[in-house]
Design a protein around this ligand. Sequence first.
Ligand code: IPE
Ligand code: IPE
Ligand code: MG
Length: 251
Amino acid sequence: MKPLDPQKLPIHLAVIMDGNGRWAQQRMLKRIVGHQRGAETVKMVVEQSSLLGIKYLTLFAFSSENWSRPVLEVRALMTLLKKYIRQETARMMRKNIRYNVIGNRCDLSDDVNETLDEAIRKTAANTGMVLTLALSYGGRQELCRAAAHLAQDVVDGKLSAGDITTKLFDSYLDTGGLPDPDFLIRTSGEMRISNFLLWQLAYTELYFTNTNWPDFTINELHKALNDFQSRERRFGMTGDQITERGDLSND
Ligand code: IPE
Ligand code: IPE
Ligand code: MG
């Protein structure tokens, strides 16, 4: 495999971690075993991304729509989430990683929110990678919340409708302050976005692999990043313009 060019890594990598259930079912195991194995892949991807110098890693861990799953699966996922955060916070401190959460936290139980708050507080001063967990997250729901908040600010006279630009709207999203993802990886062979970061993925390079999340390895991550490095990002311009400019920003 080609070595990675450290200058051409995504600044923000987003991942739809999919296929835990099928991984387990193919082995006659319970779906939760797939989620447990998936948590090991999370550790690897967090560690590798931070080692590579990726500045922002965003993981789709639980969607707004995932609340419709069987109660026992939802409960098991929440228990696993709490266990993961508690176990990993010390490592996040050693690796200088800062936790961040996007999604509708009102839907999460008090104990999950307390665990998240503690991890966010403890890692708040870390200056390395920002690890964003998308929990109870849905892109449409996020856009609605942002629109409602913006409308309220107009009603309150803090701004007028004419002030609304893409940049301002961006700051009302849960991801306000984060750059848009440069690269999105989705595992398990599904080629859809499933309501993830609908606004933010406008110019993201997409990568799909058939591998289920628990089987996703360091090699696969490097293969995906190699693929990213071979892409030409044009942001609506021509290839020649991009070559002349020699940069990859979309501002
Ligand atoms: C991803 O794996 C984890 C979550 C959505 C929480 P799935 O649980 O969706 O696995 P499949 O897609 O059923 O195989
Ligand atoms: C997307 O996976 C959500 C997460 C990875 C957390 P799903 O498994 O929920 O997506 P669909 O239902 O197959 O689109
Ligand atoms: Mg799935």
